[in-house]
Structures are given as structure tokens and as C-alpha cells.
Design a protein around this ligand. Structure first.
Ligand SMILES: *Cc1c(COP(=O)(O)O)cnc(C)c1O
Length: 231
């Protein structure tokens, strides 16, 4: 992809976000655009950064570490959003600012133990299998509150909110129902854990961004609308 293409896409998406914020009575600037750069080069990420993107989402550890090594001193905020194997937790704890795909308590304990003491607590979103699909990872909705209570005890993690990838649907009403369910789940957890900094709903991708903003997304995770379709 040419650099101009990425830059123009980012400007257009930022504009769509601002329009959706207005349309759905969200505060201007309430929604952060994360650029999801799996399979993209460090150069493409650098172009996104120059277009004003701060938050970068990566799914694969080694690929992310390679890009991070080429993109130091740019003030980027790195989000791990992919499946987490237990033998990868140390590198994730050392090299990321956020994890959005936490789906097991055992992984949370390891990240808590391995987070270096000179870094701030690792920001965490619990992944929720909001459409209850067999093929998707994430806590079952009815298991999220107990998991949040456990994770709130871990001092090197900051429990920030919930993440979901709902079942794909072209029907905006259906998209909104899934995102509303995640929002309601976060409200429940906030009520139970008032001392936690629970301010994040990580939801909305290229195909369902507006519906997510309508239902309270605070971070949208956008890949193909920024960088083009993945091969
Ligand atoms: C790939 C990916 C995205 C971005 O998806 P697009 O449809 O390309 O916008 C968002 N979130 C997660 C967890 C992903 O793996």
C-alpha cells in the first residue's frame, strides 16, 4: 500500500469517529482509534504514527517485537490483542502497555508476576465471548465478574475494562445488541469493583465500528480500513 493511502484512510476514519460521537451523543474525543497492524510492516506502522496514531494493536508476539525494535522513541502505545500462550507471557509483560485478550486467570497471574517493577501496572481488558461461540476465546459472560474480582487482587495489573469480538453480522441492530451486552457487563463489574479504573470498552472493528461507538466503545480496533484488506 502506498503511504498516502494509509494517511488518507486514517483521516477518513477519524472523521467517521467524530461524526459517530456526535450522532450517538458521545463526548467529542471519547473514542480512541487503535491501528491494528498484524501482517503489516514497521514502515506501514511508521506512516500511521506520522498520521497521528498513538495506539498500535498487534496479535503475534514475535512479529510485534520485531516492529517495536524498529519503532523506538516514537511514543507509541502497544496493545497485545491476540491469543496468549503461557510461554509468551514474560515478553508480553515486558514489552506491552496493554493486553486486551486476557481470557484465563492463570495468564493474569503470570503477567502480574512478570511485569517489570520499573514499568507501570500492565493495563488489562478481559476478553468476553459475548456471542457465546464455540470457536471464539474469551470468558463466558457469566464468568466475567468472578474473573474480574480475582484480577483486581493482582497489584501489577490495572483492570481497565472489557474487550469482545462479536459474531460477525451485517445487521447493525444485531451488532448493537452484542455491544450493548458488553457495556452492561462492564456496568455490572464497575458496580461490584468501584475502586478499579474500569473505563474501557474495547469494541468495534472495520465492519462494525459505528455500532460499537453507539453502544459506548472507548477504543475501536481498526485494521483493514486503515491498511487495506489482509492477504
Ligand atoms: C485483526 C483484528 C482487528 C482488526 O480487524 P479489521 O476487521 O481488519 O478492522 C481487531 N481486533 C482484533 C482482536 C483483531 O485480531
Amino acid at each position: 500500500m502506498t503511504n498516502g493511502f494509509i494517511t488518507e484512510n486514517i483521516a477518513a476514519i477519524q472523521q467517521r469517529i467524530r461524526v459517530a460521537e456526535t450522532e450517538y451523543n458521545r463526548q467529542q474525543g471519547a473514542v480512541t482509534l487503535m491501528a491494528v497492524s498484524k501482517t503489516r510492516s514497521a514502515n506501514e506502522v511508521a506512516v500511521a504514527a506520522e498520521a497521528g496514531i498513538v495506539d498500535i494493536g498487534e496479535n503475534y508476539l514475535q512479529e510485534a517485537l520485531d516492529k517495536q525494535a524498529q519503532l523506538t522513541d516514537r511514543g507509541l502505545c502497544w496493545h497485545f490483542i491476540g491469543p496468549i500462550q503461557s510461554n509468551k507471557t514474560r515478553a508480553i509483560a515486558e514489552h506491552f502497555d496493554w493486553v486486551h485478550s486476557l481470557d484465563r486467570i492463570k495468564i493474569a497471574r503470570r503477567l502480574n508476576e512478570q511485569r517489570p517493577s520499573d514499568l507501570p501496572p500492565l493495563n488489562i481488558c478481559l476478553q468476553v465471548n459475548i456471542s457465546q461461540e464455540d470457536s471464539k476465546s474469551g470468558f463466558a459472560p457469566q464468568a466475567v465478574l468472578a474473573a474480574a474480582e480475582d484480577i483486581a487482587q493482582l497489584p501489577r495489573l490495572a483492570l481497565r475494562g472489557l474487550m469482545a469480538i462479536p459474531q460477525a453480522s451485517d445487521d447493525e441492530a444485531q451488532q448493537r445488541r452484542s455491544f450493548a451486552a458488553l457495556r452492561e457487563l462492564l456496568e455490572e463489574i464497575k458496580h461490584a469493583l468501584p475502586a478499579q479504573p474500569l473505563d474501557t470498552l474495547s469494541m468495534g472493528m472495520s465492519g462494525d465500528m459505528a455500532a460499537a461507538i453507539a453502544e459506548g466503545a472507548t477504543i475501536v480496533r481498526i485494521g483493514s480500513d486503515i491498511f487495506g484488506p489482509r492477504q
